[in-house]
Write a protein that binds this ligand. Structure first.
Ligand code: DCS
Length: 284
């Protein structure tokens, strides 16, 4: 039996009651975060909490507790679950009320649910790299919000999986934006490129950490978009996320990137990322 953080209490999973008229359930009206836990320690927790409040603000949802209180509750959940290495899933919906599209008037309480999941780090992917496929980015124009509305991402990832790929690399017209649940990076002639953090992508927490790593190892960064054709010509390509960390991409639609080998800079970035992980579980 697992536990769920439900509003301001940690309860047994089977005690959670979600209304059929919860706006998250009916409209995807809410925001979420996925937070990595290494050896019982939450990674970049303040950054995730800050982004959650920012996403909530962008959809005019007021989270009914302070950041400190939320931090404390999530910490309690991790302890109660005795989570080692894995992640926390957390979401706020706008709450429950009779179904109308506009925000309900009157008293409506946002609904928080959060739970943990034990998950080994995907070390084999880090080591060998993964395959990807290009998929048209059909999502809305506010991808900077970590919204519960994920249908565009769901359809893209499904297409990737059906093609035997790990990730869908999304593009608007010719321009690569990000992955269905990752940020995309390319390295060409010793420069690291990634799409600027605007409304077309989610500003990944891992993305920020990796840009920091690049600085630390002397790899110049340009936050500039690149095209599909340019992606295929990159010396190295990789994707990042909370759970994927730095995952090398070795082919896109069966076209090999750098002869299908994981590049030197990617290895250096992985090693630098590793130094940031608390009580490091080393990649062997
Ligand atoms: N871009 C999109 C569209 C994402 O959904 C995510 C994370 C990222 C980028 C990377 O952001 P982080 O580095 O902050 O994780 N997606 C989360 C998800 O839905 N599952 O795992 C991570």
């Amino acid at each position: 039996m697992g536990y769920t953080l439900w509003n301001d209490k940690i309860v047994n999973d089977d005690e959670v009651v979600i209304s059929k008229e919860d706006r998250g359930y009916q409209f995807g009206d809410g925001v979420y975060e996925v937070i990595k836990v290494y050896n019982g320690e939450m990674f970049t927790i303040d950054e995730h909490i800050d982004r959650l409040y920012l996403s909530a603000d962008k959809i005019k949802l007021t989270i009914p507790m302070t950041k400190d209180k939320l931090h404390k509750l999530i910490h309690e959940l991790v302890e109660k679950d005795q989570l080692g290495t894995g992640h926390i899933y957390l979401q706020f919906t706008r709450g429950t009320s009779p179904r109308v599209h506009n925000f309900p008037v009157g008293d409506i309480q946002p609904v928080l649910t959060a739970y943990t999941k034990e998950n080994a780090r995907p070390l084999e992917n880090f080591e060998k790299g993964v395959k990807a496929t290009f998929v048209e980015d059909i999502r809305w124009l506010r991808c900077d919000i970590k919204s519960l509305n994920l249908l565009g991402a769901v359809l893209a990832k499904q297409e990737a999986v059906e093609k035997g790929c790990y990730e869908a690399i999304l593009h608007r017209g010719d321009v690569v934006t990000e992955g269905s649940s990752t940020n995309v990076f390319g390295i060409k002639d010793g420069v690291l490129y990634t799409h600027p953090a605007n409304n077309f992508i989610l500003k990944g927490i891992t993305r920020t950490v990796v840009l920091e790593c690049a600085n630390e190892i002397g790899l110049p960064v340009k936050e500039e978009a690149f095209t599909k054709a340019e992606t295929l010509e990159m010396d190295e390509v990789f994707v990042t996320s909370t759970t994927s960390e730095v995952t090398p991409v070795i082919s896109i639609d069966d076209v090999k990137i750098a002869e299908g080998k994981v590049g030197e800079w990617t290895r250096k970035l992985q090693a630098q990322f590793e130094t940031k992980i608390p009580k490091s579980l080393q990649v062997k």
